[in-house]
Design a protein around this ligand. Structure first.
Ligand SMILES: C[S@@+](CC[C@H](N)C(=O)[O-])C[C@H]1O[C@@H](n2cnc3c(N)ncnc32)[C@H](O)[C@@H]1O
Length: 328
């Protein structure tokens, strides 16, 4: 059933989708570099998506959706509202000959996909742009089968704060003109741009500038808030990225997939050094009891401490991800 959007949300949607149509995100990304380690930390195993029906709400240019299609998903559906992004996703799918992936134009706040249909559903970096993230999340859970995996990734209210100050300045300078905001970001916050440019290996500089400084609308969220969404919608927590309990970091840094992920710390030398040190420590100390997936639900203090730590990681972990299983 379609529910009429409020004028405020309609306006948000028009500006957000308009921007991503003109400046599709990410346009280029090596998904393989980050997925292995991230999924391990989320408590997700290949059997959760291999041979399964997978959904991405807000697929952008389709890098993640096509990754799952390449890694053995039976069928992958990507949903987005931006024509520019969908065109790139479809072109890539065709080039890669991945006929079991499809990209559909649809509003995720009025998602009319069937109930209990997908085995594995996720939304990465999208709901915070919609003006009503919980409504989008409820659709994500609704369309997932009981026993299926649900993953959501959102801007974090702790680690994105510093960037938010820079964005506020750009918004003040550029007003509603997104090109002016981006020009301001490039001019005054070149260091931020350079870091992210290195992290994405220099392949989508302009798209980064729009994603970071164009930002027509974005909301910030905490792990505790998302845990509340899980409780309201019947989703049982299985893991987070970055981890939400200190001891889960020991598990994370023992995983061989970290070696590949390490390339995404390009531009973040301090963080890379700390992570390398953690790898050595974790190997020496060994896994702690109870620190293997599915990870136990973190308490409020653990969540607070992990997120406080992400402030130091800043930009590199300004988006956090939580995974769960929809209860049967
Ligand atoms: C930052 S991009 C994320 C793309 C992709 N998930 C990724 O991380 O590679 C955000 C995407 O959300 C889409 N989007 C925003 N609001 C939407 C809505 N209400 N319905 C469908 N897509 C939406 C935008 O068009 C854009 O492609």
């Amino acid at each position: 059933m379609t529910v009429e959007l409020t004028p405020e949300i309609k306006k948000i949607q028009e500006t957000v989708v308009g921007m991503y149509s003109e400046h599709p995100w990410p346009s280029h990304r090596d998904a393989d570099e980050e997925m292995g380690w991230r999924l391990k930390c989320l408590g997700v195993r290949p059997e959760h998506y291999q041979g399964k029906n997978v959904l991405e709400l807000g697929c952008g240019t389709g890098e993640y959706a096509l990754w799952y299609a390449m890694k053995g998903a039976a069928h992958v559906t990507g949903v987005d509202l931006s024509d520019g992004s969908l065109a790139l996703a479809r072109q890539r799918k065709k080039e890669a000959g991945l006929d079991h992936a499809e990209f559909i134009k649809m509003d995720i706040l009025n998602c009319d996909l069937p109930d209990n249909h997908f085995d594995y559903s996720y939304s990465v970096g999208v709901l915070h742009h919609t003006g009503d993230p919980l409504r989008g999340f409820k659709h994500l859970v609704r369309v997932t089968k009981p026993g299926g995996v649900v993953i959501v990734s959102l801007y974090n209210s702790y680690s994105r704060r510093i960037l938010r100050c820079k964005q506020t300045f750009c918004k003040w300078v550029g007003g509603d003109d997104l090109d002016k905001r981006v020009a301001c970001g490039e001019r005054f916050f070149g260091g931020t741009m350079r870091k992210l440019d290195k992290r994405y290996h220099g392949v989508n500089t302009k798209q980064i500038a729009y994603d970071i400084f164009g930002f027509p609308h974005e909301s910030l969220h905490s792990a505790s808030e998302v845990m509340g969404w899980f409780d309201r919608t019947g989703v049982e927590y299985i893991g987070a990225f970055a981890p939400l309990r200190i001891r889960d970091y020991f598990y994370a840094f023992q995983q061989p997939e970290y070696a590949r992920f390490r390339a995404t710390f390009e531009g973040f030398p301090v963080m890379r050094a700390v992570s390398d040190l953690m790898t050595k420590l974790a190997r020496r100390l060994g896994p702690k009891e109870g620190s293997v997936p599915p990870f136990p639900r973190p308490g409020e203090l653990s969540m607070f401490m992990s997120q406080a730590m992400w402030i130091a990681f800043g930009l590199r972990f300004n988006c956090f991800t939580m995974a769960g299983i929809k209860r049967r």
